[in-house]
Design a protein around this ligand. Structure first.
Ligand code: NAD
Ligand code: TYD
Length: 351
């Protein structure tokens, strides 16, 4: 088979789990992991597969048109699984242009290079775009996002992802470029950068630091274990219909406050602290600007058409996640001090 697959953002949180799954499960595929190693990219996340014979890491930026064009000319990738993105809503509020440049222009660069590589002969080729449920905006107390829900992005992050989704669909319509898109709910699990809710709060509880709850804390998110997201991407990549969109979610809604109390209880138990100790760290802070009240995904299309469903319960997934963060203190220390950049230099020189 020897399919050449470019996975972008494979040193990040979700990308590293996707790269690992593809490298281990498909020895006949050649997996190229393209990542700029921004603050969120960390080669330690995929240290275990770095010497696999079907794996190549390429350091590079999807914003760099000439680099992207020459990369595609050189390797003629049969498929792209595109995860590279600026991904944190709070950063998009302070630095929106970074999101427009990477998420919109970077995606356009990949689409153009993929189109120019295969021109009209797209048989057997696929551009898989990984997106978020945040493109749909905010739900009221009831209802779920389905694939036909109108886009209504509310943050610069969501708007940049919505733009990239639209671009991908427009290339399908205009140039016949084969694509699939998936829109997933909030992920949690090992290797998530500790600026997102769950890893940040684990880190802070452990270090007896305040737990900053935005607004009244009654915001709702639907949480999915990251490995179940990677499994869904594998299913959609191989069995998804051309030009289709699939929503991926955990059927698992939590208000932030309920989730934070659960985290506190589980951490008290693991750290042998008296019950209620960690919850004392909860501190209500100023709300996020334009904060979306509720996200919830209806993932029944993916379940009915491709047979996917989460393999891990929230209880199991959270337990694995907490244990991973507690056992990988060094990883946390490195990403919070930036010393993993040293690891890259040691491994790859200045390539
Ligand atoms: P992440 O921030 O952990 O990782 C992003 C990766 O992309 C990093 O390795 C980073 O170095 C790389 N990157 C960033 N800018 C780049 C550029 N210009 N060129 C090349 N590489 C670049 O993000 P994540 O949480 O793993 O999210 C991955 C994808 O999944 C994103 O597209 C995101 O929108 C989507 N998504 C995330 C979630 C979630 O809960 N985290 C949910 C649904 C969808
Ligand atoms: P986050 O993990 O940033 O994901 P997203 O904004 O993409 O859903 O945040 C999850 C929820 O937790 C969201 O409602 C914002 C809230 N939150 C806090 O209350 N405090 C925090 O310090 C963070 C990072 C998030």
């Amino acid at each position: 088979m020897n399919k050449k697959i470019l996975i972008t953002g494979g040193a990040g949180f979700i990308g590293s789990h996707v790269v690992r799954l593809f490298v281990n499960k498909y020895p006949d595929y050649r997996i190229f992991n393209l990542d700029a190693l921004t603050y969120a990219g960390n080669l330690e996340n995929i240290r275990d597969i770095q010497n696999a014979p079907n794996y190549t890491f390429i350091k590079g930026n999807i914003k760099d048109i000439d680099f992207i064009n020459s990369l595609f000319q050189k390797h003629r990738f049969d498929a792209v699984i595109h995860l590279a993105a600026e991904s944190h809503v709070d950063r998009s509020i302070t630095h929106p242009n970074d999101f427009i440049e990477t998420n919109v222009l970077g995606t356009a660069n990949l689409l153009n290079a993929f189109r120019d590589t295969w021109k009209d002969n797209f048989k057997g080729k696929l551009f898989y775009h990984v997106s978020t449920d945040e493109v749909y905006g905010s739900l009221g107390k009831t209802g779920l996002f389905v694939e036909t829900t109108s886009y209504d992005p509310q943050s610069p992050y969501a708007a940049s992802k919505a733009s990239s989704d639209h671009l991908v669909r427009s290339y399908g319509n205009t140039y016949g470029l084969p694509f699939v898109i998936s829109n997933c709910s909030n992920n949690y699990g090992a290797n998530q950068f500790p600026e997102k809710l769950i890893p940040l709060f684990i880190h802070n509880i452990k270090n007896n630091k305040a737990l900053p709850v935005y607004g009244d804390g009654n915001y709702t998110r639907d949480w999915l274990y990251v490995i179940d997201h990677a499994i869904a991407i594998d299913e959609i990549f191989h069995k998804g219909e051309n030009e289709e969109t699939y929503n991926i979610g955990g059927f698992n809604e939590w208000t932030n406050l309920n989730l934070i109390h659960l985290l506190c209880e589980l951490m008290d138990d693991r750290l042998h602290r008296e019950k209620g100790t960690s919850a004392k760290l909860i501190t209500f802070v100023k709300d996020r600007a334009g904060h979306d009240r509720r996200y919830a995904i209806d993932a029944n299309k993916l379940n009915k058409e491709l047979g996917w469903k989460p393999t891990v319960t929230f209880e199991e997934g959270l337990a694995k996640t907490l244990d991973w963060y507690l056992e990988n203190e060094e990883w946390l220390k490195n990403v919070t001090t930036g010393s993993y950049q040293e690891y890259y230099k040691k491994m790859y020189g200045n390539k």
